[in-house]
Design a protein. Structure first.
Length: 155
């Protein structure tokens, strides 16, 4: 019996790469990826990146430590993705705060950038208030900061 696992991304130095295939359900009537689905692709890639570096979001939620929520997002659509395209979501951690991580993401088809976004995720209590990220998580994010972009966590 063959055991299958969901697609997972890989770390390439400080860059996370996550594969996505465009299915019919991802497209609109014109045959291109519906604009909101790029956000879904990027969310999956960010979640996978956290998992790859050892951050267990489910455990943090279940134990009441906190959860990540998108606090800020800017996105630029450059070219459309189409049915059956093989895409790669490329994620780079750009900045780190006591309760936030800012991540640049690009949706790529080969070498072509289709969509880019800058996403700031905030670590929040269950009541929705900012909370310091767990120390081990901060250390994991720091390892993903490019050396020339290293920004210390604010106290």
């Amino acid at each position: 019996m063959v055991s299958l696992a969901p697609a997972t991304g890989v770390l390439d130095g400080v860059v996370h790469r996550f594969p996505v295939r465009v299915y019919f359900e991802d497209t609109d009537l014109s045959g291109v990826v519906y604009h909101a689905n790029y956000l879904r692709f990027m969310e999956r890639a960010r979640s996978d990146m956290l998992s790859v570096v050892g951050i267990d979001q489910r455990e943090a939620f279940e134990t009441g430590q906190g959860v990540y929520a998108v606090a800020e997002l800017s996105i630029k659509y450059r070219q459309p993705a189409k049915l059956d395209d093989a895409l790669t979501i490329v994620s780079h951690v750009r900045a780190l705060g006591a309760a936030t991580a800012t991540i640049h993401q690009a949706v790529m088809r080969g070498e072509e950038v289709l969509t880019e976004a800058m996403v700031t995720a905030a670590f929040l209590t269950r009541e929705g208030r900012p909370r310091r990220q767990p120390k081990l998580w901060v250390e994991a994010f720091e390892r993903l900061l490019p050396s020339h972009d290293k920004k210390r966590v604010r106290p």
